[in-house]
Design a protein around this ligand. Structure first.
Ligand SMILES: [Zn+2]
Ligand SMILES: [Zn+2]
Length: 235
């Protein structure tokens, strides 16, 4: 079955994410847009993922656990998982390596952690967007070892994109799926996401996966098949 997706949405926990991008607002906007599956991928953290997953479950929307990892070279890698525990392990690894710089709310905005009813339950104190201690060379292996799919984010953009930073796509790094608005002509399958920092930027029902079941497992398997050589689909 065709499942329309957007696997790169920032919540109010990302310093650059809008305060209105709460778990329930994201889920409701995704449903209004006609999506079946989403992932909230905040910078170097998955702490709003449980709330989004719970809100998704209540409303019949598939939510994959995810984060947007910043490597030590300032390259953004979208990390998609099937289980929240896998994402949690990645976050624990980052906690020990990330530069600790306190967030300046007046410059970068609040980094709000919410529960499934959009009630604030905390705030991330350290600035989340800074580089982690994980290099791009380590990233693919680390995410795959944890059971996830590492996807170089926005490879078509200069800023924080793998090609923009390194000057070329290094196939030996082990990435088998990339994120791009158009075919980056790397001979690799690609997915197209919004990278929305505001609710209204969440994707319309344009990009879809061919999944066997309408479930987190079904979507994750479809992504794994793409990694193994299947192509991305678009209308
Ligand atoms: Zn990014
Ligand atoms: Zn992003």
């Amino acid at each position: 079955m065709k499942l329309y997706y957007d696997f790169h949405i920032h919540s109010c926990l990302s310093p650059c994410g809008d305060d209105d991008s709460t778990p329930n607002n994201i889920v409701n906007m995704a449903l209004i847009k006609g999506l079946h599956a989403i992932a909230v991928a905040d910078h170097n953290t998955g702490r709003n993922v449980p709330a989004v997953m719970a809100a998704g479950k209540r409303n019949g929307l598939i939510v994959l656990p995810a984060m947007e990892l910043t490597t030590s070279e300032d390259i953004h890698i979208l990390c998609l998982f099937e289980k929240y525990e896998q994402l949690e392990k990645l976050e624990q690894r980052l906690e020990n390596t990330r530069l600790k710089i306190r967030n300046k709310r007046e410059i970068f905005g609040k980094q709000q952690i919410m529960d499934e009813n959009d009630e604030p339950i905390g705030e991330a104190e350290d600035l989340l967007i800074v580089s982690s201690g994980v290099s791009v060379e380590e990233a693919a292996k680390l995410v795959e070892e944890l059971g996830g799919i590492p996807v170089p984010a926005h490879v078509d953009k200069q800023a924080n994109g793998l090609i923009g930073v390194l000057g070329a796509f290094d196939f030996s790094l082990g990435f088998r799926l990339v994120e791009s608005k158009e075919d980056p002509r790397l001979g690799l399958p690609y997915i197209t996401n919004s990278d929305a920092h505001y609710l209204w930027d969440i994707s319309e029902a344009e990009h879809f996966l061919e999944a066997d079941t309408c479930s987190v497992h079904g979507v994750f398997q479809a992504l794994k098949r793409m990694c193994a050589g299947g192509g991305a689909k678009e209308e």
